[in-house]
Design a protein around this ligand. Structure first.
Ligand code: ATP
Length: 273
């Protein structure tokens, strides 16, 4: 499925001045994403990354422009149609309900279960399969309150996958996780996108993760034009300085046929403070 955002823009009404309509993005947002591609969205706090995801999925209506799925405006679809096509993993929050992990993931089948009906054996089997695909089937009977943040994040990804979406949207899925859990989350996302041919949009605060995930980057900051392009086009030292006010060096290293690319802040190489 091809995901397109055409001329999208948004403004929030301000309590102090409800008539002001200052657009959040300095220029309208345009991008197109094909099956098997990942778009990383990068920008400073408050730049509008979460708002972009919400507008893109129809949780908030674009004030300008539209989202199209295979050329059809999302605004023409009912919510069931939208949520069978799009799977959304919001920013992690701690669970206060003691569902089992299996029940949590089975809830992801809700779009396929008739009102007041119980999940079927097939729904539970698919939930177990989704847990297996993110590597935590062994936690199926654990309570959501007793697993770690990383394990819960993987369960939330499984809950999204069980609805068999064609587009996967994740809001900072690797935040608050240790490096090993980040690795599991990123590898799982990349593998699932390639195996299932999903189009994936991911908000991240980690420049290096955009390099790892590959494909495309959209960079946004207040009062700056939104830029989109390939990782190597967008993740330049100049753009990172302009959009994040931080000087970096972009490093490329080849070892045993592998290419490692990353950016390192120059203050790391400087012992004055
Ligand atoms: N419900 C709201 N009402 C008014 N303003 C809002 C609302 N939600 C967000 N904003 C403002 O819109 C701007 C963009 O917010 P958004 O949450 O999209 O940014 P973000 O890039 O995702 O930030 P972060 O990286 O900190 O999560 C911010 O200035 C924020 O204060």
């Amino acid at each position: 499925m091809i995901l397109q955002v055409k001329d999208g823009n948004y403004f929030y009404k301000k309590a102090k001045n409800p008539d002001a309509q200052k657009l959040l993005y300095a220029n309208d947002i345009n991008f197109e994403l094909h099956p098997g591609q990942i778009l990383s969205i990068l920008g400073p706090n408050g730049a509008g990354k979460t708002t972009l995801l919400k507008c893109m999925m129809g949780l908030q209506d674009w004030k300008r422009g539209a989202t199209l799925l295979d050329g059809e405006p999302l605004s023409n679809m009912n919510s069931k149609e939208v949520w069978t096509k799009i799977g959304y993993v919001p920013q992690a929050s701690s669970m206060t309900f003691s569902y089992s992990i299996l029940d949590l993931v089975t809830m992801g089948r809700a779009v396929y279960i008739r009102s007041f009906a119980q999940p079927s054996k097939k729904d539970y089997a698919l939930a177990l399969e989704a847990l297996d695909s993110v590597g935590i089937k062994h936690l199926a009977e654990e309570s959501c309150t007793s697993v770690s943040g990383g394990e819960l994040q993987l369960a939330l990804i499984a809950r999204t996958l069980v609805a068999e979406p064609e587009i996967l949207v994740l809001d900072e899925p690797e935040s608050h996780l240790d490096m090993q859990k980040q690795k599991i989350i990123l590898q799982t996302i990349k593998r699932l996108v390639k195996e299932k041919g999903l189009a994936c949009v991911i908000n991240t605060h980690y420049a290096n993760h955009a390099f790892y995930l590959g494909d495309k980057v959209l960079m946004v900051a207040k009062e700056k034009p939104v830029i989109t392009g390939s990782v190597s086009e967008v993740m330049t030292e100049e753009n990172i300085l302009n959009y994040f006010q931080i000087e970096v060096k972009r490093l490329r290293h080849e070892l045993d046929g592998q290419v490692y690319e990353t950016v390192v802040p120059t203050y790391f190489g400087n012992d004055t403070y």
